[in-house]
Design a protein around this ligand. Structure first.
Ligand code: ZN
Length: 158
């Protein structure tokens, strides 16, 4: 096993993770399987490494991430920890995306359809759709994705 000090791009958080080999790290990094335990960012890189004498004698600011064999990550069902990290990652992406997206509320299905049919300019929108509306959009080949993280409509916060 080899330990790497890693660093996320989004928050510059440092953490350490164990890998079977240097190749195993490269492979998991390439597939986005390594996420920052603080913010969930999957854009991680190796931090500048200090020489390590022993696991007990180092001074780490972050607690070590438990060792996980690469085979377990590749084949097994996701562990609760992996799911948690994935959700954190998705929540982060959603938080990045929403400010650039226009809230259209209940008009979502109409607005998405109008864009699809060229009646409205392409835009990034989010809003509410009933299950029937969502199904109809899907049947018509209109790309719409459920927000995976609970989202409070702007109206509700006022
Ligand atoms: Zn981070």
């Amino acid at each position: 096993m080899i330990v790497f000090d890693l660093c996320c791009t989004a928050g510059d958080h440092r953490f350490e993770a164990w890998f079977a080999s240097s190749d195993s790290f490269a492979d998991q990094q390439a597939r986005g399987l390594i996420a920052c335990p603080v913010c969930g960012d999957a854009e991680v890189r190796k931090a500048v490494m200090a020489p390590r004498v022993g696991a007990k004698s180092n001074q780490q600011v972050a607690p070590p991430v438990p060792a996980k064999p690469a085979s377990e990550i590749a084949t097994a069902d996701p562990t609760p920890e992996q799911v948690r990290k994935l959700l954190a990652h998705i929540a982060g992406k959603q938080a990045e995306m929403l400010p650039q997206s226009r809230w259209v509320g209940r008009d979502f299905a109409d607005a998405a359809r109008a864009m699809h049919e060229g009646r409205a300019p392409e835009d990034l929108i989010h809003g509410q759709a009933s299950p029937d509306e969502a199904r109809a959009l899907h049947d018509d080949g209109i790309a719409a994705m459920p927000l995976l993280v609970p989202f409070v409509p702007p109206e509700a916060t006022n």
